[in-house]
Design a binder for this molecule. Structure first.
Ligand SMILES: Nc1ncnc2c1ncn2[C@@H]1O[C@H](COP(=O)(O)OP(=O)(O)OP(=O)(O)O)[C@@H](O)[C@H]1O
Ligand SMILES: [Mg+2]
Length: 312
């Protein structure tokens, strides 16, 4: 992997009136990855994307795409980007193919061969001569991606591409985005409010919450072991003794003392009764046991601090 980031955001801030919608975002997107903007409704995903593609001006900060600053070298910077921000405009009464031909006329240097190539890439060969009005949502989505790819961008940005897709559609999208990263060396940025979808698609995610960057992590850091091995928090006294016993036991990960003298660790649910028994056997007094993390979605809610199950 090339070490130079495809895109670098530095202190990117957007204020509208008195509201700070995007607050001091700084992060890099590495080349060749599928990178997710993850956050609940209103977190600022679309706004960030709009600023990256120049649809909206920043109040403060820098965005550099392949070494080109979008403020001072917009043309050179944006040349590397293909994006679907709002629903792409398609002529429904024309075939997918004619839509691409029509669009290609507006982009310099797009050959007929390139059109065929992108159609193959998004796997629309069999339906490309059908009218767009006969397409399913997933097929329209692909046609949009094909259009965004025509000028050979090195960065493809898709705002909520899984919207309305079923799990199979999401998986297919993931598969051909992967193919793009592999065969064309493209970097992809996608946004979503669902961690479970991001898990299927991304190498890395940036978590946004109320316009702020909460974290940027490889997706495995969210998913590893979290389903089978929840995190438990216990209130035990003496806490130091409990910690000592737990540190000697098998199958306990991420053991740590947390606030109020409580102890937290990750383990298989099946291990919990034995662990508690062992503590009591060693004269540790237990005042409570709670499950801190249950699922990916819970974990995401924990990170973003959202309340109920429904995000946004
Ligand atoms: N043109 C605008 N004028 C005023 N406020 C705006 C404007 N555009 C966005 N906002 C506000 O900025 C915040 C971020 O909106 P944005 O659309 O970027 O969120 P999002 O993460 O894309 O959410 P969603 O998941 O719903 O698409 C919201 O509070 C929104 O109301
Ligand atoms: Mg949005």
């Amino acid at each position: 992997m090339n070490s130079e980031p495809i895109i670098r955001l530095q202190n990117v801030t957007k204020r509208i009136g008195r509201n700070t919608i995007i607050d001091d975002l700084t992060f890099d997107v590495p080349q060749g990855e599928i990178f997710g903007f993850l956050g609940p409704n209103g977190a600022g995903k679309t706004t960030t994307i709009r600023m990256i593609v120049g649809l909206m001006a920043m109040t403060r900060g820098q965005i550099v795409i392949k070494g080109k600053n979008i403020k001072t070298e917009f043309e050179q910077a944006i040349r590397h980007v293909g994006a679907i921000v709002e629903n792409p405009e398609m002529y429904k009464f024309l075939s997918g193919y004619l839509n691409l031909v029509h669009y290609a006329r507006m982009v310099p240097g797009v050959s007929k061969e390139r059109i065929d190539e992108v159609v193959k890439l998004v796997k629309l060969e069999n339906r490309i001569h059908d009218k767009v009005k006969k397409y399913s949502l997933g097929m329209r989505q692909r046609l949009g991606v094909a259009q965004a790819l025509l000028h050979r961008p090195s960065l493809l940005i898709l705002d909520e591409p899984t919207n309305g897709l079923d799990p199979a559609g999401i998986r297919e999208l993931r598969d051909y985005l992967r193919l793009l990263t592999r065969t064309e060396g493209i970097t992809v940025i996608v946004s979503s409010h669902l961690l479970s979808e991001m898990e299927l698609m991304c190498d890395r995610v940036a978590i946004l919450q109320q316009g702020k960057l909460v974290d940027v992590k490889p997706i495995q850091h969210f998913t590893q072991g979290s389903e089978q091995a929840p995190t438990y928090r216990i209130e035990a006294q003496p806490a130091a003794q409990a910690l000592g016993i737990l540190s000697q036991m098998e199958g306990i990960q991420e053991l740590q003392a947390v606030e109020d003298g409580r102890i937290q660790f990750t383990t298989d649910r099946e291990r919990v009764p034995d662990i508690l028994e062992q503590l009591m056997h060693n004269r540790v007094r237990l005042y409570g046991v709670e499950t801190v993390r249950l699922s990916l979605e819970d974990r995401f809610l924990e990170i973003t601090g959202s309340g109920g199950k429904q995000i946004g």
